[in-house]
Write a protein that binds this ligand. Sequence first.
Ligand code: PGA
Length: 250
Amino acid sequence: MPKHPLIAGNWKMHGLRDGLPEALAMDTAARNSRASVAIFPPSTLLFALSEALNARPEPSPVRLGGQDCHKDTQGAFTGDLSAEMLKDAGADMVILGHSERRHGHKEACESVAAKTLAALRAGLEPIICIGETLDQRQEGLTHAVLSKQLRDSLPLALEGQTFHVAYEPVWAIGTGHVPTDDQVIDAMLLIQKHLAQRFHNQVVPHTLYGGSVKPDNARHLLSLDGVDGLLVGGASLKAEDFNRIIAAAD
Ligand code: PGA
């Protein structure tokens, strides 16, 4: 486990303003942990959350991020948000290429790469997600799929930048199914090899695991070779659960 594993909570389309106290309770846990903690609330809560965290007497260690961004700075793109807008609302990170975007919104790797460039332009640290479907795994295509996603979603401009790659098998997201230790380690190794070759070891990205992370499997997942942090969905919504995952990093 690295010294400061990244524990990232992706709230997806959950959360209203009355949920802000949950985030403040997470902030309290983050202050007492060696983990780096990041929360990715719905965009409607970014500004309020940023204000609430900044209003605390001591600066909050919790980082905030968006769940997606558009590739352009501004324009006639109804419903979209630019990386600059997320930054303006208090984000300094962004999740890109989440499987719910790749599959639900037919987002191609090339689009993820363009959004990654936008994130860098705006000064947001990206978490780029990759992962195979169950069919792809069963057909023995996992390595090919992950390699293609890495090659086509990660622009060369990432060289020398701080970023993260999250391995999130599609079949593990929200299902309660967690890959075997060997499957996780194998994917982490593939990602790390790719990054070392492609970016000439000039970057030290965090490689994260995501998919059905819970308070009772977090410590074990963090102990696996190559796992530098966790991307947590459902179990990041309540401080009671998320704080136990944060504590698993200690
Ligand atoms: P989950 O989601 O923890 O609810 O499985 C993970 C994710 O989608 O990032």
